[in-house]
Design a binder for this molecule. Structure first.
Ligand SMILES: [Zn+2]
Length: 110
């Protein structure tokens, strides 16, 4: 829930800076490894958007897949968990490079 409030805070601040009257949609990047449940996020958003500039806004989710680099061979592999092993070496633990994102990417305002 606090996550959604901070998304709304960021969105409202940006909308006010743009002198917008209403927010039509908010696009949020959510990494697959960010530990965020999309359904829960949508549910909380619907509850929290009341009485904000985003009262009628749609929450759009841009999912970012997890990806990591092997420290041993340098290969970039998909990572489905925060601790993932290189598929080539089978023992190199990937350094996560992508998938922990959680940020407001863009707004559509009136
Ligand atoms: Zn490797």
């Amino acid at each position: 829930m606090s996550l959604v409030i901070s998304i709304l805070d960021i969105a409202e601040t940006q909308a006010r800076e743009a002198a917008a009257r209403a927010i039509n949609s908010i696009t949020v990047e959510v990494g697959a490894l960010a530990g965020v449940e999309i359904e829960a996020l949508q549910f909380c958003f619907t509850a929290a958007r009341r009485n904000t500039l985003a009262a009628n806004a749609e929450l759009r989710i841009a999912e970012i897949p997890g990806q990591g680099q092997c420290p041993a061979c340098g290969r970039i592999s998909p990572a489905e968990t925060l601790v993932a092993v290189c598929r080539r070496c089978d023992d190199g633990v990937l350094e996560i490079k992508q998938g922990r994102e959680l940020r407001v990417r863009s707004l559509n305002v009136d």
